[in-house]
Ligand binder design. Structure first.
Ligand SMILES: *[C@@H]1O[C@H](CO)[C@@H](O)[C@H](O)[C@H]1NC(C)=O
Ligand SMILES: *[C@@H]1O[C@H](CO)[C@@H](O)[C@H](O)[C@H]1NC(C)=O
Length: 253
């Protein structure tokens, strides 16, 4: 059953957090359903854009270790939100963490989903590039979805991602994985276990990075004034790479 995040006070003992990020339709809900082996754990919305900024979390026992602490999947809103821009979404995630979690909660990592059947490279890779501490990047798993059995056709796209868009992150210790979505829980746990093989990081480290992305120059995410430093950095970034369709609203964060 979906659980809304209403002051659950997730503590260190509660379980290991794994953040699921990516566009709406990238396969986050399917991944949760496959991992839990229950088709209706998370609501799959086929719609390509999303209006919801709700952050949901799902507590799922680890089948390999049922007596161990469960995994708490945090399903974050899709970055291709129609009303709320990417920074605003990061701020929501960070605020959810403040509300719901103790800062010493352990985080297995971030799974960033990329649908390989889309030729377009995600516009939000640049956000991930803003993770500045080494630990969050090392706990980042760039996971391709929607293979639909078309391995040979899509493998060149994956290679291209590894050599171009994702190269900077991979050089800094991020890893890639494939979720082939064969609907067996094992296929999802193979991905999850890549993160669980690492020593988890503390939530405070990840949150510090997210707040930095959102606010620039280490200010808190609650300040609503645009920040010059961050925006000039972004404009430089925009000069280097063209991102089609990115809505950029300086009033957020
Ligand atoms: C899916 O998302 C669309 C767009 O936000 C929304 O109108 C629709 O109600 C959602 N469907 C479900 C089943 O949540
Ligand atoms: C990608 O696959 C999904 C189903 O797995 C499908 O709904 C979507 O239309 C596909 N997109 C493209 C661009 O082929």
């Amino acid at each position: 059953m979906p659980k809304k995040a209403q002051k659950p006070r997730i503590k260190r003992e509660t379980g290991i957090l794994i953040l699921l990020m990516g566009h709406t339709g990238a396969g986050k809900s399917s991944f949760i359903n496959t991992a839990s082996n229950r088709p209706n754990t998370a609501l799959v919305n086929e719609s390509i854009t999303s209006e919801s900024v709700e952050i949901m979390h799902f507590t799922i026992p680890n089948p390999a270790n049922p007596s161990e602490r469960p995994i708490i999947f945090v399903e974050t809103p899709g970055f291709n939100h129609i009303k709320v821009n990417d920074f605003e979404i990061l701020r929501h995630i960070s605020e959810w963490m403040s509300r719901s979690c103790k800062l010493d909660v352990r985080v297995g990592g971030i799974i960033y989903f990329h649908p390989i059947n889309q030729s377009r490279i995600s516009e939000t890779n640049w956000l991930l590039n803003y993770l500045s501490s080494p630990e969050p990047v090392q706990h980042l798993l760039l996971t391709t979805t929607k293979w639909d059995g078309r391995l040979t056709e899509y493998e060149h796209r994956e290679r291209e991602l590894k050599h171009k868009a994702w190269k900077g992150l991979l050089d800094r210790g991020a890893r890639t994985s494939q979720f082939r979505n064969d609907l067996s829980p094992e296929s999802a746990w193979k991905v999850i276990n890549m993160l669980l093989d690492l020593e988890p990081l503390e939530l405070r480290i990840l949150k510090r990075d997210l707040d930095k992305i959102c606010a620039g120059n280490g200010n808190t995410a609650h300040n609503t004034k645009p920040r010059k430093g961050l925006f000039s950095k972004l404009f430089r970034l925009f000069g280097l790479v063209r991102f089609s369709g990115l809505v950029f609203d300086s009033s957020s964060c």
